[in-house]
Design a protein around this ligand. Structure first.
Ligand SMILES: [Zn+2]
Length: 669
């Protein structure tokens, strides 16, 4: 108790001495510490003392006034002053202070004689504060240093619109959102705007305008007017200059499949213009498309349509920002990024098959154009007139660019491929000497094979019956056997027909005996389009008869017409006497189920005719005449009528797939 009493006495003595000293040192009245608090000035009482004519400011009073903190480290006897951007360590009697880790020499040593740590008024600057000392009014004004906001700019990059605010020194800020209209407000503290008002008008669908003005002393308010509510991020970088970057992100707001579009279509709508990557396909065959700046704001982020090439589609947020569209497609389908939506906010993605290749090759009597596609396609080939063209529409196929394939065959000059309508590609074959066409699906189901015939015999079945054979030599004259002449002409005719794409059935291929009933059975089993029986004439009673004659029986309609055409052509080729077309009751024209003709090429009993029949060139001419006659008949309306009457289908090419049509008129020859 005794010691305590002494201690109290000593303390009271110190206090009274200090009071006397302070009163004596300020004859012109007290100094006033005036600090800025949230844009207004406030006087802090009893915070300044005069030491040897110099105003010293209580560090605690200053810290309280300016909103900093002060703590005491007993071990080192140091006071630590901490504000947002300054950590200063001060020690009584030591001019060396440490500010933000660096040694700073003060104008005077901090003083603690009064029991409170005080620093010379000019040393307040070392604490990162602005100070004005007015000796006249004895006012010390302390404020936080103000960052001068000189610039606000707006930039857009890949759909991210950035507002950049720069101050020459670090500043504090806060941000908040206001609605109706949508805007983002950023208050920047300890700042001054130079010039006093700043406006940046932006021609952008995301940000309309940036306005900045002094809201109150020390506070610059930046308002970003938005076209619509958007997400944003704020990034502050301290330094000189200090930067505040506000990035506005587009948002994915709508995600749907449009089943009414010409091609299967996916719509991704965004608030604000969004960048997106080109579609890519990952190892699992899933199409990926990134929206690097977009935020996902969807009620439903997954679509699982029933049917169609889109199995499922999902939009997910990416780690670190952005969104990813993933679409599982049926094999063969590709994504086609269309124009953006009409207001530019979003993207339209169509899904289509593509044309892989267009090739052509020559076959007997025809040109085949093979168009391969990335998946199965429904086809609709059709002829176009003047000039003669064969077109095929490929629904669901997208031809990225128009292309042309030169063919230069007899029946096809070139193939042009282009997008005919939004949902349909069209291939057009420019035709030359084209008779008929047929089509079939590619062997793998992906594409179409178009066959364009250059001859009317293409795809037709013709039965050739070389008369006699084997033990039946037919007429024999001067060591020449009719059976051999007949087979030779038949073989030549067969070659001509097959070179033009006809299917030929021979009743005999070599020197063998074949009964007439077997011949007609073979012919009828072949379901032919025409039958031609080849013979040579002979008489035993006269050597003078000469020339060509042909027979029909008319069991089948148009047999007479077939006989007339073949006979006329043979006579024209051979230039032998025209012995006319006659009705004859012969087995091969009577017992057959298709139009049939029997040609007696010439008279072996006539020396001149026989001489000619022995000549291979003459026999070739005979075959050529028969071929021409058959071609004329098979390209005629009569033949088409017969086909309709006998098979119920017009001009089907029975040997060329199930889809075909022949044609006459301007395009046919
Ligand atoms: Zn004969």
């Amino acid at each position: 108790m005794r010691y305590l009493g002494i201690a109290l006495t000593v303390c009271m003595m110190i206090l009274s001495v200090s009071a006397v000293r302070a009163a004596a040192a300020l004859p012109q009245g007290s100094w006033v510490l005036r600090v800025e608090q949230g844009g207004a000035w406030a006087d802090i009482p009893d915070a300044v003392m005069d030491l040897a004519g110099q105003p010293f400011v209580s560090v605690r009073g200053l810290a309280q006034g300016i909103g900093a903190s002060l703590s005491w480290i007993e071990v080192t006897k140091e006071a630590v002053f901490t504000s947002e951007r300054t950590v200063a360590m001060l020690r009584a009697g030591d001019r060396q202070a440490y500010v933000n880790g660096s040694a700073v020499t003060l104008s005077a040593s901090p003083d603690a004689e009064s029991g409170r740590l005080a620093i010379a008024a000019p040393d307040i600057r070392a604490l990162g504060l602005a100070v004005e000392i007015d000796g006249q009014t004895r006012v010390i004004k302390v404020s936080r240093p103000r960052s001068r906001i000189k610039r606000a700019s707006v930039s857009a990059d890949h759909g991210v619109v950035s507002v950049l605010i720069e101050g020459d020194t670090p500043f504090r800020y806060s941000d908040f959102v206001l609605c109706t209209p949508d805007r983002v407000v950023i208050d920047i503290y300890d700042a001054v705007l130079e010039p006093s008002v700043l406006t940046v008008d932006v021609a952008d669908s995301v940000v309309k305008r940036v306005r900045a003005a002094m809201n109150r002393p020390g506070v610059v308010r930046v308002v970003v007017d938005l076209a619509s509510a958007l997400g944003y991020t704020v990034e502050y970088t301290a330094g000189a200059p200090a930067r505040l970057a506000i990035e506005f992100h587009t948002r994915i707001t709508h995600f749907a499949l449009d089943s009414a579009a010409p091609l299967p279509r996916l719509l991704v709508a965004t608030a604000g213009r969004s960048a997106f990557s080109a579609p890519q396909v990952d190892a699992e065959g899933i199409m990926l498309m990134d929206f690097p700046s977009a935020q996902v704001c969807l009620d439903q982020a997954e679509l699982v349509p029933e049917g169609g090439p889109v199995k499922w589609a999902r939009i997910t947020a990416l780690e670190g920002g952005g969104a990813r569209l993933r679409v599982k497609l049926e094999e063969g389908y590709s994504a086609i990024v269309r124009d953006r939506l009409c207001d530019d906010n979003g993207v339209v993605i169509d899904f289509a098959l593509t044309v892989c290749s267009v090739r052509s090759y020559e076959g007997p009597g025809c040109t085949v154009v093979h168009i391969t596609t990335s998946g199965p396609v429904g086809f609709r080939p059709f002829r176009l007139n003047e000039p003669d063209r064969l077109a095929v529409d490929l629904p669901g196929v997208w031809a990225a660019s128009s292309s042309l394939v030169e063919v230069h065959s007899r029946s096809v000059t070139q193939v042009r491929l282009a997008q005919f309508a939004e949902g349909t590609a069209r291939a057009v074959l420019d035709l030359g000497e084209a008779w008929a066409h047929s089509w079939d699906v590619s062997p793998d189901g992906k594409g179409i094979m178009l066959t364009v015939a250059s001859s009317p015999v293409f795809g037709r079945t013709v039965v050739i019956d070389p008369g006699h054979g084997g033990t039946d030599p037919g007429a024999v004259k001067d060591g020449v056997y009719e059976k051999d002449i007949n087979l030779d002409i038949a073989s030549r005719l067969r070659q001509l027909l097959e070179m033009s794409g006809a299917r030929v059935v021979m009743t005999r291929n070599d020197d063998c005996s074949v009964q007439l009933s077997d011949r007609s059975r073979m012919a009828n089993e072949a379901a032919p389009d025409a039958i031609i029986s080849i013979h040579c004439n002979s008489t035993t009673w006269d050597i003078f008869p000469s020339g060509t004659e042909s027979y029909y029986f008319n069991t089948v309609p148009y047999s007479q017409e077939l006989a007339a055409l073949v006979h006329t052509c043979v006579v024209r080729e051979l230039q032998l006497m025209d012995r006319k077309v006659r009705r004859g009751d012969y087995h091969m024209v009577r017992e057959t189920s298709a139009p049939a003709v029997l040609v007696e090429v010439g008279f072996m009993s006539n020396g001149v005719d026989l001489q000619k029949l022995r000549d291979p060139e003459f026999r070739q001419k005979a075959a050529t005449g028969m071929f021409k006659g058959l071609s004329m008949y098979l390209g005629s309306d009569m033949f088409r009528k017969w086909r309709v009457e006998s098979t119920g289908t017009s001009g089907d090419w029975r040997q060329v797939g199930g889809n075909s049509s022949s044609r006459q008129g301007s395009g046919g020859r």
